[in-house]
Design a protein around this ligand. Structure first.
Ligand SMILES: Nc1nc2c(ncn2[C@@H]2O[C@H](COP(=O)(O)OP(=O)(O)O)[C@@H](O)[C@H]2O)c(=O)[nH]1
Ligand SMILES: Nc1ncnc2c1ncn2[C@@H]1O[C@H](COP(=O)(O)OP(=O)(O)O)[C@@H](O)[C@H]1O
Length: 265
């Protein structure tokens, strides 16, 4: 806060030194209180396999934010046979993005119900139309964009295993399950998504580049975009953690830090 106390008529020049020494403390307390109660909203952007889910899970655990994954939410609606889920299913099965109007119908009502929660949203928005729709219902504090080389994405996704019911994600190098092919917690079988198979991957990555650019440009113009590049999540994570720590220090103080290479549940 850059309030000019000198301009206040009740602040005499002489008394000013004394008052100015006290006021910043009082303002710090107010600022602390404001931040403690602030609802924080982050979006994480990046191509498939860039680590959005992995990093969002770390953000959720370290900063107490709710992790919302558009992929998990769509799969949930597909499994529950909702109207939007039935529409979405045909596109997912063809390795296509779900149309904007279906996606916004499915997701925005869920976000609108979360007025009292801080969240990190992973996988949405992917298009400019989705970003505009999101903008109409809330203000974002931070947008994180992940840049990971194509070869790395290919390697990671060919080895991504998912527990569909919970959205937990494994990789046999990076964070393997305790028992091969089995979810650590539920003991149910892990699956590989059709989306991650090499034949689907190349077209998904090409498509991502085309549609992501205007979304990234929009958030850059708003001054809330933070980009991180690298081939290893563990090396990118400290920078993201430090960025968020400077913006949500209170939640961080109460959270348990996640050890490197631990399972991102
Ligand atoms: N080898 C390796 N795998 C990683 C790393 N970070 C994430 N992964 C794995 O890569 C795959 C894609 O990550 P995910 O978070 O699902 O990416 P998303 O598609 O952007 O949400 C998963 O199997 C992760 O376990 C990393 O630094 N190294
Ligand atoms: N924001 C979105 N817009 C359109 N389709 C989406 C969106 N989010 C998820 N989907 C659909 O759900 C599928 C799975 O999404 P997700 O689990 O986020 O996969 P990935 O991050 O590997 O692309 C996508 O391939 C797409 O069909």
């Amino acid at each position: 806060m850059n309030y000019d106390w000198h301009s206040e008529p009740w602040v005499e020049r002489k008394a000013c030194n004394v008052r100015l020494k006290k006021l910043p403390k009082c303002l710090n307390v107010l600022e602390f209180w404001r931040m403690a109660n602030k609802i924080f909203r982050a979006v994480i952007l990046g191509p498939p396999g860039s680590g959005k889910g992995t990093i969002s899970a770390r953000i959720a655990q370290s900063f107490g934010l709710q992790h919302l994954s558009s992929g998990d939410l769509v799969r949930g609606d597909v499994a529950a046979n909702t109207e939007a889920g039935i529409l979405a299913k045909t596109y997912i099965h063809k390795n296509l993005l779900v149309p904007d109007h279906v996606m916004t119908c499915l997701l925005l009502p869920k976000l609108e119900k979360m007025t009292k929660h801080s969240w990190v949203l992973d996988g949405f928005p992917r298009t400019l139309a989705q970003a505009t729709a999101l903008n109409n219902i809330c203000d974002l504090d931070v947008v994180i964009s992940l840049n990971v080389p194509f070869e790395t994405l290919k390697e990671r996704l060919s080895d991504r295993w998912i527990h569909p019911a919970s959205g937990r994600v494994y990789n046999s190098q990076f964070n393997p399950p305790r028992v091969h092919g089995v979810d650590d917690i539920s003991r149910e079988a892990l699956v590989q998504l059709d989306d991650d198979k090499p034949e689907a991957l190349l077209s998904r990555l090409r498509h991502y580049k085309d549609i992501a650019k205007p979304v990234i440009d929009l958030y850059r113009a708003k001054g809330i975009l933070h980009s991180f590049s690298g081939t290893e999540t563990d090396k990118i994570w400290p920078y993201i953690s430090s960025l968020l720590g400077s913006k949500i220090p209170v939640q961080q103080a109460f959270a348990t830090p996640l050890p490197l290479h631990s399972q991102d549940h």
